[in-house]
Design a binder for this molecule. Structure first.
Ligand code: NDP
Length: 294
């Protein structure tokens, strides 16, 4: 068997196109333009590159964005004052605090100080609790992208045995919550799971969010399963040239799975598309407008 490749790049591009149309309609009909404030503390080069690529996608969707760059020595009180200012600014619909933050700042306290209605990353404890309670919430972008990709293969995931490997607050746990909401029977595996290959082999839908290159092997996969690989790992490729691989051994897995996301070009592009979707949703909610069908 050779798996169907879930082309996250083109699925994300289509989604971004639909979001851009909805944004244009929102601006034309209600004179409201979504706007994301990005808060960047220090000058971590990876964060700077990431923030630049987000800004490009936001502009292409017809949304606005601006950066609040703060020095690496910023203390928690100073950062909280900036967040308070952005919370109060009616023109700002979404606030993104780029992680990691410098060690003198407690990231949990900072995330908790963002207005939950503007928490387009979906990390605020109120949004986490709402998701866990089955209430409408702003949902973390990468997990939302994972579920959207799985639903391009299966219109309903109800009754699926889903295994999520990884239990981080950013990926593993919210993916599991979303799959539970889709009526999957969900197992969350992690570094202390006994006989991980056997647990994975039960999965109709396997989500790998481990952060370790090519951990999930071909013989861990149930024939015909759908595999969503969240991992992004930089390893040495041919002639020592760096290349990106996922948490799943792609060639082995693709020979057994029914459908699989590649790395790169799978989950990655969906993350920014889902950030735009969250921002559009947040903007509509803040202005008392019905959410457009996307
Ligand atoms: P974390 O390091 O926060 O979490 C990793 C999880 O994997 C932990 O729960 C850990 O278990 C588990 N784990 C580690 N080793 C093993 C193992 N050998 N067997 C089973 N479980 C293991 O990572 P993140 O959740 O933040 O990210 C996961 C991956 O997803 C990374 O490669 C990251 O780069 C990528 N990522 C991709 C995004 C995208 O846009 N595509 C966005 C965000 C992340 P334990 O809890 O027991 O330690």
């Amino acid at each position: 068997m050779s798996a169907r490749i879930i082309d996250g790049k083109s699925i994300a591009a289509e989604l971004r196109g639909r979001i851009a149309q909805a944004t244009a309609s929102l601006t034309a009909a209600h004179k409201v333009t979504p706007c994301i404030a990005v808060v960047l503390v220090g000058d971590d080069p990876a964060s700077t590159v990431y923030v630049r690529s987000k800004a490009k996608a936001v502009a292409e969707a017809g949304m606005r964005t601006f950066d609040r760059k703060l020095p690496a020595a910023t203390n928690e009180a100073e950062l909280r004052a900036v967040i308070a200012e952005l919370n109060a600014d009616r023109a700002v619909s979404g606030i993104l605090v780029q992680l990691p933050l410098p060690p003198q700042i407690d990231a949990h306290r900072i995330i908790s100080s963002i207005d939950p209605a503007k928490d387009v990353d979906g990390f605020h404890p109120i949004n986490v609790g709402r998701l866990a309670s089955g209430l409408p919430a702003l949902v973390p972008c990468t997990p939302l992208g994972c579920v959207m990709l799985a639903k391009t293969v299966h219109t309903s995931l109800a009754g699926f045995d889903a295994v999520v490997v990884g239990r981080s607050n950013i990926v593993g746990k919210p993916v599991a919550q979303l799959l539970l909401a889709e009526n999957c029977t969900v197992t969350i595996a992690h570094s202390k799971t006994r006989d991980l290959p056997a647990v994975c082999r039960r999965a109709d839908l396997l989500v790998a969010a481990i952060g370790r290159p090519e951990t999930v092997r071909g013989d861990w996969i149930k024939p015909g399963a759908t595999v969503i690989d969240v991992g992004i790992n930089r390893v040495a490729g041919e002639a020592g040239k760096p290349k990106l691989v996922g948490d799943v051994a792609y060639d082995e897995a693709a020979a057994v799975a029914g459908a699989i996301t590649p790395v790169p070009g799978g989950v990655g592009p969906m993350t920014i598309a889902c950030l735009l979707l969250n921002t559009l949703r947040a903007t509509c909610a803040q202005n008392g407008l019905a959410e457009p069908a996307i």
